[in-house]
Design a binder for this molecule. Structure first.
Ligand SMILES: NC(=O)c1ccc[n+]([C@@H]2O[C@H](COP(=O)([O-])OP(=O)(O)OC[C@H]3O[C@@H](n4cnc5c(N)ncnc54)[C@H](OP(=O)(O)O)[C@@H]3O)[C@@H](O)[C@H]2O)c1
Length: 359
C-alpha cells in the first residue's frame, strides 16, 4: 500500500498557484497517489478536508477570496492531524510563518519552504530549525530558497558530505538584478530599466527591496551555512545600490526618485566598459566572510556570462580548486520554484518511508 503524505499549503500567490497546478497534473499518477492535500490557505481563506482537497478547486477559490478584515480561521497543523507523514509547504513571504517553522518541525511536521526568512535570517533561528529537525527526525526542504531549485544547495551539501572543504562561493543570485545589469548598456538610463523590470514583475513592487541587496544577503547566508560557515546576518557586508535620498523616500515617492540611481551607475558602467568588462551584482563568500555588492566582471571571471534572469554560481572546494564548479540557469519564476518545493516534498516523503530518492 502507498504511504500517503498529508500536505498543507500556505500561500496562493504566483508560487502557491504553480504548486497547485503541478499537484493537479499529478492526480492519478504514482506521484500524486503518494500525496494528499488536506489544507490550502492564503490570508483570506483557508480550505481544509481530511479526505483530500482538489488542487484545481483550490486554485479557483483561493485567489478570488474576499478580504473580510478578520484573521482567517485556519490551523494547518490541526488540519494535518496527529500521525502519519505530514508536510507543510510554505509559499508565503511571511515572517510570522517562518518564525513558526521550528515549532512545526518539533511537532513532527516536515517543512518545504520557498521563503528565505527562515534559514536566511538570524543564526539563532537557523540553529533552532536544525535542532528541531535533529530532535524530531523531521526534514527541512529549502531547495526553492536559493536559485529557485537550481542544484546549488544540493551540490554544496554533497561536496561537504563527500569530505570537501568549501573554499569559496561567488554568484549572481538575484534574477531581477541579473536582468537589470544584463540589459544595462548605457543606451537607456538605469532608472528606465528598473521601471520596465518592475512593470514586468521581475522586481518586487517596491524595487528598493531588490536594489538594497537584502534578498542576496539572505541567499549567501543560506549557501554559507550549508557550506559549514555558521555566520550571522550582520556579518554579511552589503553594499546597497539605493542612495540615501531614495532609501528615505515614501513608497509613493519612489518612482519620482529612481533617477537618483542613474548618475553613479553610469560612471561605474563607463569605467567597467573601458576595460572591456561589465557590471554584475555579486555575492561572495571566502575565508568564512561574506559580502554582497556591485562588481566589475571581466570576460575571464567565472561569473561572466549568463543572460536574462539567469543565476550563475561558482563553487571552489578541495576537488574544484583551480577551476570552480559553475552552475547556471533560471534562478526565479513560479514554475521552477514550485517544482523545487514539490521535489522537496517528494524527498521528505521518501525519507519518511525509509526509501530516499536519488539526489
Ligand atoms: N516568485 C518567484 O519567482 C520566487 C522564486 C523563489 C522564491 N520565491 C519565494 O516564494 C515565496 C512566495 O512568493 P510569491 O511570488 O508567490 O509571493 P506572492 O505572490 O506575494 O504570494 C504570497 C502568498 O502568501 C500568502 N500569505 C501571506 N501570509 C500568509 C499566511 N500567514 N498564511 C497563509 N498564506 C499567507 C498571501 O496571501 P494573500 O494572497 O491573501 O495575500 C499570498 O497568497 C516568497 O517567500 C518568495 O521570496 C519566489
Amino acid at each position: 500500500m502507498t504511504a500517503v503524505a498529508k500536505i498543507a499549503l500556505l500561500g496562493s500567490g504566483t508560487v502557491g498557484l504553480a504548486v497547485l497546478r503541478r499537484l493537479a497534473q499529478w492526480q492519478g499518477s504514482p506521484r500524486g497517489d503518494g500525496l494528499r492535500l488536506v489544507y490550502a490557505a492564503n490570508t483570506r481563506l483557508a480550505l481544509s478536508d481530511p479526505a483530500g482537497l482538489d488542487p484545481r478547486n483550490c486554485a479557483n477559490l483561493l485567489p478570488g477570496a474576499r478580504r473580510t478584515g478578520r484573521a482567517v480561521d485556519g490551523d494547518p497543523l490541526a488540519a494535518l492531524g496527529d500521525g502519519g507523514i505530514r508536510i507543510l509547504i510554505d509559499a508565503t513571504a511571511d515572517a510570522g510563518t517562518a518564525a513558526r517553522h521550528p515549532a512545526c518541525l518539533s511537532a513532527g511536521v516536515h517543512v518545504a519552504t520557498a521563503c528565505k526568512l527562515a534559514a536566511g535570517t538570524s543564526l539563532d533561528h537557523w540553529r533552532a530549525i536544525r535542532e528541531a529537525c535533529a530532535q524530531s527526525s523531521t526534514g527541512f526542504g529549502d531547495r526553492a530558497t536559493v536559485g529557485a531549485g537550481l542544484p546549488l544547495l544540493r551540490s554544496i551539501r554533497e561536496l561537504v558530505a563527500g569530505g570537501d572543504h568549501i573554499h569559496a562561493i561567488a554568484g549572481v543570485m538575484s534574477g531581477s538584478l541579473a536582468w537589470l545589469f544584463h540589459h544595462y548598456d548605457g543606451s537607456r538610463p538605469f532608472s528606465e530599466l528598473v521601471r520596465e523590470a518592475r512593470d514586468s514583475g521581475f522586481t518586487e513592487p517596491d524595487p528598493r527591496e531588490d536594489l538594497s541587496g537584502e534578498d542576496v544577503r539572505r541567499k549567501i547566508l543560506i549557501l554559507a551555512r550549508a557550506a559549514g560557515f555558521a555566520i550571522d546576518s550582520h556579518q554579511v557586508e552589503v553594499a546597497s545600490l539605493v542612495p540615501p535620498a531614495l532609501a528615505a523616500a515614501r513608497a509613493d515617492e519612489v518612482d519620482a526618485r529612481l533617477h537618483l540611481l542613474d548618475e553613479p551607475l553610469q560612471a561605474l558602467l563607463s569605467a567597467a566598459r573601458f576595460e572591456g568588462c561589465s557590471l554584475r551584482f555579486v555575492a561572495r563568500l571566502a575565508d568564512g566572510k561574506a559580502r554582497v555588492g556591485l562588481e566589475k566582471l571581466c570576460p575571464s571571471d567565472a561569473l561572466h556570462g549568463g543572460g536574462g534572469t539567469d543565476n550563475r554560481v561558482a563553487i571552489w572546494s578541495d576537488r574544484y580548486r583551480a577551476q570552480p564548479l559553475v552552475i547556471q540557469g533560471p534562478g526565479a519564476g513560479a514554475d521552477v520554484t514550485a517544482a523545487a518545493l514539490l521535489d522537496d516534498v517528494l524527498h521528505l516523503r521518501a525519507m519518511a518511508v525509509g526509501k530516499p530518492l536519488a539526489a
